[in-house]
Write a protein that binds this ligand. Structure first.
Ligand code: DER
Length: 232
């Protein structure tokens, strides 16, 4: 599909930045899926010598199938480059991530990297973050109290939330790799992403939110015709 062609174009271009000896963070989602596929081809066809640190169990499984050597973040200690998707990116290259439920590991891996490249199709470009619901990972204990605290903090910040929705998987709450739950905040437009991110992470019970501020260094936008444009 055109969207898959766009994702593949961005993924292919990003994989060209990977050099022998690198420790690479491997993102999660349908765009990152193409990146892991392209990287696997380079590893098999060129004998590219790299190690990958996955950002979710499903990326780990796909990378192993592709023949990519996987290590833990603790073994790698620090990464040269992380390549991941995004749900939205703004002109300052701040992101909303977490649509795939992996933003906790993704944020840790991306932050523990010298460089983070986001790969995206054109639909992810926005003027202001917030059209995509903001994922907030919370521990299961006292979840509904945490929800109330999040709503109170939003009110105190004059951030209007149309909805704070518990993400479901079938008729049970979605559970992350770490055994936590996710609230999706329908905010429509986030005026001050940095302030909102700081405020959300102060709420007891909140583990991490999907705002990536000053983490992404480069966005590669893929197009259906195979073109990829790089923004830094
Ligand atoms: O969950 C995530 O953070 C994903 O990277 C998401 O932001 C992008 O997923 P997509 O490439 O399937 O749109």
């Amino acid at each position: 599909s055109p969207s898959d062609n766009a994702k593949l174009a961005a993924a292919k271009r990003a994989v060209e930045f990977i050099e022998a000896g690198m420790r690479v963070g491997l993102g999660t989602g349908s765009t990152a899926f193409w990146m892991v596929k392209c990287l696997g081809e380079r590893v098999r066809e060129e004998g590219l010598n790299i190690v990958g640190v996955p950002t979710s169990s499903r990326t780990a499984a796909q990378a192993r199938e592709e023949g990519i050597e996987i290590v833990t973040l603790d073994e790698a200690r620090w990464l040269d480059l992380t390549i991941d998707g995004a749900d939205e990116f703004d002109p300052e290259m701040n992101l909303i991530k977490g649509g795939g439920g992996a933003h906790l590991q993704e944020k840790i891996v991306a932050t523990a990297s010298d460089r983070m490249i986001v790969i995206a199709d054109p639909s992810k470009a926005v003027d202001h973050l917030g059209t995509f619901p903001l994922p907030v990972e919370v521990i299961p204990f006292g979840r509904e109290a945490t929800r109330a605290l999040i709503e109170r903090s939003l009110r105190e910040q004059d951030v209007w939330a149309r909805d704070v929705t518990l993400r479901m998987s079938g008729d049970a709450p979605f559970v992350t790799d770490e055994g936590n739950h996710i609230f999706d905040l329908s905010l429509r437009r986030i005026g001050d992403p940095r302030e909102l991110s700081l405020m959300l992470n102060q709420v007891p019970g909140v583990v991490e939110n999907g705002l990536f501020i000053d983490i992404c260094d480069c966005v590669i936008i893929g197009h259906g015709d195979g073109r990829a444009e790089t923004r830094e």
